[in-house]
Design a protein around this ligand. Structure first.
Ligand code: MHO
Length: 171
């Protein structure tokens, strides 16, 4: 099992989006790469400096990091600084945070391709993960618990794939 940490705006939608893909074994929403330990959601909303981030634990034999990043770039505006959809603030910055330097071999080509496509430097941070603190229980699987809840990712993007393997279907 491998893991990657992705910040792509409000983490409710990010979690719902990535949970649909086969090979994604576990996801957790939290706060990453900020200056203080174990912030609360309120702290983060008051510009603590953390990014709302999704921890993705995946099986690289079923889904590659490249594929996961392709999905990621389908649902973010990579040129937007500190704003995704209707949400603005430093917690909504975008970022790819890795825990294994080796992953750069897969990350860099995707990043470069997206930058060429965009024709401008991406606002997406590309950094090692510095820290990650799990978000409060009410934020985990939020859109499963609150199907009509706010989401910056369009509804149809939540059904690109259906999980069929090992009874993990969520869609
Ligand atoms: N627009 C949403 C964002 C929530 S997300 C967990 C809200 O203000 O509730 O940042």
């Amino acid at each position: 099992m491998k893991e990657i940490y992705l910040a792509g705006g409000c983490f409710w939608g990010m979690q719902k989006f990535f949970d649909q893909f086969e090979g994604v074994r576990e996801t957790e929403v939290g706060y990453a790469n900020g200056p203080s330990a174990d912030p609360s959601y309120q702290d983060v909303c008051a510009d603590s400096g953390h990014a709302e981030t999704l921890r993705i634990s995946y099986d690289p034999e079923t889904v590659s990091l490249t594929q996961l990043l392709d999905f990621y770039f389908m649902v973010i505006d990579p040129l937007s600084h500190n704003r995704q959809g209707g949400d603005a603030g430093i917690q909504y910055r975008t970022g790819i945070y890795y825990t294994d330097e080796e992953d750069l071999r897969e990350i860099r080509p995707v990043y470069q391709r997206e930058q060429e496509k965009a024709g401008a430097p991406l606002a997406v941070e590309l950094k090692p993960l510095e820290n990650f603190y799990s978000a409060e229980a009410c934020h985990q699987k939020y859109l499963d618990k609150n199907p009509g809840g706010y989401c910056h990712i369009p509804q149809h993007m939540m059904h690109l794939a259906e999980k069929t393997a090992d009874g993990e279907a969520q869609a």
